[in-house]
Design a protein around this ligand. Structure first.
Ligand code: ATP
Ligand code: MG
Length: 179
């Protein structure tokens, strides 16, 4: 799998619709301080299903919506979509899949997979199924390498489970046992 593109509209500092195209392999985002590099990473985390306000570097869930600037009105909603290119890991028949997440200023959220309305849980499950759960290992931010090095063996095991794709099966098992 690889990310073909990420589209942001009204998300944080990206007032206008902006498409960021990625290529296979390592991609780098460079730019001066405050230009929005970390906002792009926030958008990736958000579309993968992050629900934490802290994860978005915000104090309110609606802070991801462009708040306006001089001569520019605030946006009514924030939208992020990601297009992924299929490989063997996909259970989808399409060669590309597009996932979209939208939040309105009223606080209402919407989630879509290939333009079909789904639940947040479906988006999270989709990413978990391709080994990109929004958990500990997928996004390594400042200070996180240190954290991993200082982990207890049991904690590190959870990280390895997640990276190996076992966690989603463990969760499904727990869910079934609870029913
Ligand atoms: P650095 O190199 O310092 O890490 P960066 O490129 O990562 O910078 P970001 O943190 O992505 O920069 O962007 C910060 C900018 O995004 C700030 O100017 C901030 O005001 C703006 N910003 C964040 N949230 C919003 C929002 N909801 N509406 C408008 N602008 C926003
Ligand atoms: Mg930054």
């Amino acid at each position: 799998m690889f990310i073909k593109s990420l589209k942001l509209k009204g998300f944080k500092s990206f007032a206008d619709e902006t498409e960021i195209r990625f290529s296979k392999g390592i991609n780098c985002i460079v730019g001066p301080n405050g230009c929005g590099k970390s906002n792009i990473v926030d958008a990736l985390k958000w579309i993968v299903g992050d629900t934490s306000i802290k994860g978005m570097r915000a104090s309110n869930i609606k802070d991801v919506i462009f708040k306006g600037s001089e001569g520019r009105r605030a946006a009514r909603s924030a939208e992020v979509s990601i297009t992924l290119i299929k490989d063997d890991l996909f259970t989808f028949s399409e060669s590309e899949v597009e996932l979209k997440r939208r939040i309105k200023s009223t606080g209402d959220s919407e989630f879509l997979i290939n333009n079909r309305k789904v639940r947040l849980k479906d988006i999270q499950e989709f990413f978990a199924s391709i080994g990109l759960g929004n958990r500990d290992y997928a996004f390594f931010e400042q200070g996180q390498i240190d954290r991993v090095l200082k982990m207890k063996p049991q904690e590190r095991r959870l990280l390895i489970d997640e990276a190996a794709g076992i966690t989603s099966f463990k969760e499904k098992k727990e869910e079934t046992l609870q029913k």
